[in-house]
Ligand binder design. Structure first.
Ligand code: AKB
Length: 317
């Protein structure tokens, strides 16, 4: 039986992932763990919710034992932009949190651990178009450095201890329910929210900035499909490139204008521009396609339609 713990359950991906896993495996079989962000009523009331911190090894371990957990999804992380403002916090949460989870999983002989990585593992020396799975990994952000370290550690635990750790490199994730926090790709969600509220938007990257992106339903599908993939078919474990689409900030604004013709965007790049410029414009995700059948469903237009349909409800309009 699956007994799952989602750490970082109140965050952008964690909150929706917890609900999707509860739907699939039963509410009581999915324990949500959050640190301080206030969880939604839905999250708190639909199944077990615990407040804890991934840096508290003893408390986390006791909780894994209490709930007889066999699978952990580690979604807690300090993302790229916050990580540049608070590098030591990013270092601690992303590295120490990860090793805590890996050690708990090894000691308690858990069945599986899912740990997302990110396009932040790449850097300015990496080829930026159709970036291969195997390439130069020399990130310049603390977040990216911790994700490269994480990928290597996850593979280490797989090869040394036989712990089944899996992970994929998320591009920018776009969703309407829980806003993202502290990422470089957050301008996408901010732009949709401003458009839904009928407000103009000042974008913190340049109009021609292109990054790989993915809509939340595909992000959930990808990690849940990877969790169920046949281990014997996996040549990679913790570092799959995955993508759904690539577009510039200007193309995103244009896509929104199909539905909101008066929507105005101005561009005032800040420190996050340099981070965006160090990441790929597009990714080669053929390893994920071949090894576990990855295929996205949403393109830019389908995502824009869905975002603008759902945001007014979420924003209470
Ligand atoms: C960020 O912008 O930091 C994240 C990511 C790409 O991992 N969304």
């Amino acid at each position: 039986m699956e007994r799952i713990m989602v750490i970082g359950a109140a965050g952008q991906i964690g909150s929706e992932l917890t609900m999707a896993l509860r739907e699939k495996f039963g509410n009581d079989n999915v324990v949500a763990v959050g640190r301080k962000t206030k969880p939604s009523e839905e999250l708190r009331n639909s199944g077990p919710f615990e407040f804890s911190n991934v840096l508290n090894y003893d408390e986390m371990k006791a909780m894994v034992q209490k709930y007889r957990i066999d699978t952990i999804y580690l979604m807690a992380a300090i993302l790229s932009a916050t990580g540049e403002q608070k590098p030591m916090l990013a270092y601690r949460v992303n590295n120490d949190g990860l090793i805590n989870v890996l050690e708990i999983a090894r000691e308690l002989k858990l069945e599986r651990v899912l740990i997302p990585s990110s396009i932040a593992v790449f850097g300015p020396e990496t080829p930026r178009d159709n970036t291969p799975n195997e390439t130069i990994l020399k990130p310049k952000t603390m977040y990216g450095i911790s994700k490269v370290h994480g990928e290597l550690l996850c593979d280490y635990y797989f090869y040394k201890y036989g712990l089944d750790v899996r992970g994929l490199r998320y591009p920018g994730i776009i969703s309407y329910k829980t806003p993202p926090g502290g990422g470089t790709t957050d301008y996408t969600v901010e732009m949709y929210r401003a458009a839904a509220e009928g407000k103009p938007y000042t974008c913190f990257v340049k109009e021609d900035t292109v990054l790989p992106m993915m809509y939340m339903p595909d992000a959930l599908k990808s990690i849940m499909d990877l969790a169920e993939a046949d281990l014997s078919k996996l040549k990679h474990h913790s570092d799959f490139n995955i993508t759904a689409m690539s577009f510039s900030a200007g193309e995103l604004a244009e896509s929104i204008r199909q539905y909101k013709p008066d929507f105005k965007v101005t561009y005032e790049p800040d420190f996050r521009q340099a981070i965006a410029d160090s990441w790929p414009r597009s990714l080669d995700d053929s390893a994920a396609r071949e090894e576990w059948g990855w295929e996205p469903e949403y393109d830019l237009d389908a995502m824009t339609r869905d975002m603008l349909e759902n945001l007014p409800k979420v924003l209470g309009m």
